[in-house]
Write a protein that binds this ligand. Structure first.
Ligand code: SF4
Ligand code: SF4
Length: 438
């Protein structure tokens, strides 16, 4: 794609980066076929190609974001299916991230939208606050019945519709908190490795059993696990809301504590059981590339970061102990398959452990979770969830496995089939408790 940035504009490293990305796009439109919002809405401006064009116009003309641009960028799930499909290697992720930052800085949203985003950005990265908000939301669930179930224009939801979506996501009960940062779990038998395990934010409130399963599994296989003290939210939620100052501050804080842990006690890897977080941590090197004090350390941390299945696939697994033959529908989280290009390892590990793994039709399409998307764009998110659940039902699974808490909550909202994390199944297969019973 031809671009027309001036030399003065190109002296800004972010614009120079955007220029490089835009020039790679040949406008072929292959990406439209796999874009969930284009598939649902059929509007070119809700396709990757359309959004790329809107971002180009905004950046090239140095315009403030218009309501039209904001509408179509807000509807993007950041699922990155377009990046998997694109034959030209267009880095849509870095382009849309830049657009979101600009929108956040230069566009004045309606006051209710601003308030809701501020609340989400404050609460979600703070597990203590998030826990309290979940308890309050559970108490207020009756209120949801009084709020609208869908919008007159489903692609432009109002505050009440969003509040209803938020209340609907609150679980009926909350599990007890898992182990706190600072804990070290010794390897059983001969020590073969040492890793840090990301504690996560929403996950440690909604699904502490996931990291508990990871700890059980790893220590059983000779790996020492540390929950690093003073670790923070990875910044993904702020990053996707365009609040880069907050996201970068969190990235710097995490880089600092992880480098310290690696240097003082040794770390083979930083493992992540929430693939949405993993995608962002693997991008810390890029996000902090212009920060002279942090660029090298951030790149080192990104290189050390692995999804748990990436690490486990190189381990020698203990013999499977669970009754074989259980059918598992494997839901490939977008952040894992498109963001990190991890597609086979989780399925191969599950098969090796005695499960019958089934691919889900249209597995490239997002389930609609996408961080805060199912709150901010509930009607599109619900349509994607219903489509995902219908596709899953065709393989008649006993359980559904996924590698991202957001997807797990989203899919569980539309099915009675237990939704569990891949590591919970691997833990069960090698001696842990059966998942999906609580
Ligand atoms: S597939 Fe890639 S090159 Fe083609 S329009 Fe989409 S982003 Fe541009
Ligand atoms: S990230 Fe997903 S929703 Fe956004 S343009 Fe790409 S494919 Fe479409």
């Amino acid at each position: 794609m031809k671009t027309e940035f001036s030399p003065a504009q190109l002296s800004n490293p972010d614009i120079a980066e955007a220029d490089k990305i835009l020039r790679a796009c040949v406008h072929c439109g292959f990406c439209t076929a796999t874009c969930p919002t284009y598939v649902l809405l059929g509007d070119e401006l809700d396709s990757p190609r359309g959004r790329i064009y809107l971002i180009k116009e905004m950046l090239e003309k140095n315009q403030r974001p218009t309501a039209e641009v904001v509408k179509h960028i807000d509807r993007c799930l950041s699922c990155l299916a377009c990046m998997t499909t694109c034959p030209s290697g267009v880095n849509y992720m870095h382009l849309v991230d830049q657009a979101r930052v600009r929108i956040e800085k230069e566009y004045t949203r309606p006051v209710t939208d601003r308030a809701l985003r501020a609340v989400l950005a404050w609460i979600l990265p703070r597990p203590g606050w998030f826990r309290v908000s979940m308890i309050l939301a559970r108490c207020g669930r009756w209120l949801g019945a009084l709020l609208p179930t869908r919008e007159v224009d489903p692609a432009n939801p109002g505050l009440l519709r969003r509040v209803r979506a938020m209340l609907a996501l609150a679980p009926a009960s909350l599990p007890s908190p898992g182990p706190a940062g600072g804990n070290v779990f010794a390897a059983r038998g001969k020590k073969l490795g040492r890793v840090a395990l990301l504690q996560g934010c929403a996950q440690q409130v909604l699904g502490p059993r996931i990291n508990q399963a990871a700890i059980n599994f790893l220590t059983r296989h000779g790996v020492e696990v540390v929950l690093v003290k003073d670790e923070q939210c990875c910044g993904a939620l702020s990053h996707h809301l365009g609040r880069d100052d907050d996201a970068l501050a969190r990235a710097r804080a995490n880089v600092t504590v992880w480098v310290k842990e690696a240097e003082q006690n040794g770390l083979d890897a930083i493992l992540v059981t929430t693939s949405g977080c993993g995608t962002v941590i693997k991008d810390y090197g890029y996000m902090l590339r212009s920060d002279r004090d942090f660029a090298a350390a951030a790149a080192r941390i990104s290189a050390m970061t692995k999804d748990i299945t990436e690490y486990v696939k190189d381990m020698s697994l203990q013999p499977a102990q669970q009754p074989g033959g259980m059918v598992i529908a494997y839901h490939s989280a977008c952040s894992l398959q498109h963001g990190q290009k991890i597609t086979q390892a989780p399925k191969e590990l599950l098969s090796k452990s005695g499960f019958v793994v089934k691919d889900v039709p249209e597995s490239h399409l997002c389930c609609g979770s996408a961080g805060t998307y199912n709150i901010l764009q509930p009607d599109i998110a619900n349509k994607l969830r219903d489509r995902k659940v219908a596709n899953i039902a065709t393989v008649r699974p006993d359980m559904i496995a996924a590698g991202n808490i957001g997807c797990m909550v989203q899919i569980a909202g539309g099915t009675s089939v237990p939704v569990v994390h891949t590591i919970e199944l691997l833990d069960w297969a090698t001696g842990g408790p059966r998942p999906g019973l609580t």
